[in-house]
Design a binder for this molecule. Structure first.
Ligand SMILES: [Zn+2]
Length: 147
């Protein structure tokens, strides 16, 4: 009986997650606790490494990391007047930026993802706040608290 209730709760939780991601009101976190970009399939996790490089991990429908295929990613970050553009190289099972993010914090960031070099680009725009959220302990850019 307890098991049945638990699986029912799991189903409700899944349903709620799906609703939230459609509404784009709250962020989802990826496998490395980065920001999950759900406007592309497979989904892409945006994560800032300790070296201030950007790591993009593609995530399959099972929520597990998937090796990059032919995706082309360009990140534009920093002061709008003089933004920094980051290009990516496949490194192991992820795409890693060739250079580091500009110094500072809380700057506008645009992630352009093309599923193939010829595909129409999909853009994700957000403010890159790398401070740690006190509630979920993710960086604010990947905060899942919905505040
Ligand atoms: Zn949070």
């Amino acid at each position: 009986m307890k098991t049945a209730i638990l699986s029912l709760l799991a189903i409700i939780a899944l349903a709620l997650t799906a609703t939230v991601s459609n509404a784009h009101e709250k962020n989802e976190a990826g496998p490395n606790r980065g920001r999950l970009i759900t406007s592309v399939t497979p989904h892409a996790e945006f994560f800032v490494t300790a070296e201030r490089k950007v790591q993009i991990t593609f995530v399959g429908e099972d929520g597990k990391p998937a090796a990059p295929a032919d995706q082309v990613v360009v990140v534009t970050a920093g002061d709008r007047a003089a933004p920094t553009q980051l290009t990516f190289t496949k490194t192991g099972n992820v795409l890693l930026s060739d250079t580091t993010l500009p110094s500072g914090n809380k700057f506008p960031t645009v992630v352009q993802i093309k599923t193939t070099p010829e595909a129409k680009p999909v853009y994700a725009r957000f403010n890159l706040n790398m401070s740690i959220c006190g509630e979920c302990k993710n960086a604010e850019y990947a905060c899942v608290c919905g505040h």
